[in-house]
Design a protein. Structure first.
Length: 295
């Protein structure tokens, strides 16, 4: 996959690999249904993968490096908005819910109890993340902003080391992908308090969402989507959207998703555009409130 050369940036790597796999499935679907000649399907697939790669690359080079060079919150916000301006939205592919978990020694077995504990001892609790600016970091900072709690960030160089630290009791709290925590939750080495998505996750039956557990309106998930350059004809956008939505439903694609804790979405361009605007507003607020920088 083209994303292998960006293995140092996990979020971009996952996005590009997921998009590439879906687009390849879409090309095969178009050919199988006789909607398009094989050579044209290959051209469309290559074109879309290139577009996803380009936007991801631009976002990485400007957003990540920009924040690193102290453009700060404003630089991050402006860059996200710029990427939206130069692109046409196609669809959301997947979402990846996270789970908020604690070490068994933490005297909290619900989100409300965790909030009460954090407020009773401001600055005394710590949480692990997979690194500055990661989904695990941002999701917990959103939780802090919405609950008014003071929990200290301890960044690690990846999700693996972060989970190990929490399982080992070095850090008491972690918000991360469900597959990375599931075996430890089942073994009683971690206690899952809630999932960060808008709906419960079937991988953790009986575990509520953060919103239902006491933080109304909370939602923080990783997501992947597809965009194409501005100026792409509306007919092409519509055709790609229909084919991609159908591909998202393919059993082969959903089997791959299940292995990484993701769920297929599929959406209209307008729905995805509205979602991105909501995301922009949410994370702008969090970045401004916390002054997050990628060091």
């Amino acid at each position: 996959m083209i994303a292998e050369q960006y293995a140092y940036f996990p979020a971009l790597n996952a996005t590009l690999n997921g998009a590439s796999a879906l687009l390849l499935l879409t090309g095969r679907l178009l050919i199988a249904k006789g909607r398009i000649a094989a050579h044209r399907a290959c051209m469309i697939t290559a074109f879309c993968v290139s577009c996803v790669f380009l936007v991801g690359y631009v976002t990485h080079k400007i957003l990540v490096r920009g924040v690193h060079t102290h453009l700060g919150a404003e630089g991050a916000i402006v860059t996200f908005y710029y990427v939206m301006l130069i692109s046409h939205i196609i669809l959301a592919i997947t979402i990846v819910p996270l789970a908020i978990s604690v070490h068994p020694s933490v005297p909290a077995r619900s989100v409300k109890e965790l909030i009460a504990l954090a407020k009773a001892k401001p600055g005394s609790l710590h949480y692990a993340s997979s690194g500055n600016g990661s989904a695990t970091h941002m999701a917990t900072e959103l939780f802090k902003v919405m609950t008014g709690t003071d929990i200290v960030h301890v960044p690690y160089s990846g999700g693996g080391p972060a989970v190990v630290a929490v399982v080992g009791g070095q850090v008491p709290i972690y918000t991360g992908s469900i597959p990375s925590q599931l075996q430890h939750i089942k073994a009683g080495k971690l206690v899952a308090l809630a999932v960060t998505s808008a709906t419960p996750d079937p991988a953790l039956p009986g575990i509520p969402t953060v919103a239902d557990a006491g933080v109304p309106g909370y939602e923080a998930v990783e997501w992947q989507g597809i965009v194409v350059p501005s100026g792409t004809p509306g007919a092409v956008i519509h055709r790609l959207n229909r084919a991609l939505v159908e591909s998202v439903k393919a059993p082969e694609f959903n089997e791959r998703l299940a292995g990484v804790g993701a769920h297929a979405v599929g959406s209209t361009p307008a729905e995805f555009a509205d979602y991105l605007k909501k995301e922009l507003a949410t994370w702008s607020r969090v970045i401004k409130a916390t002054g997050i920088r990628i060091e």
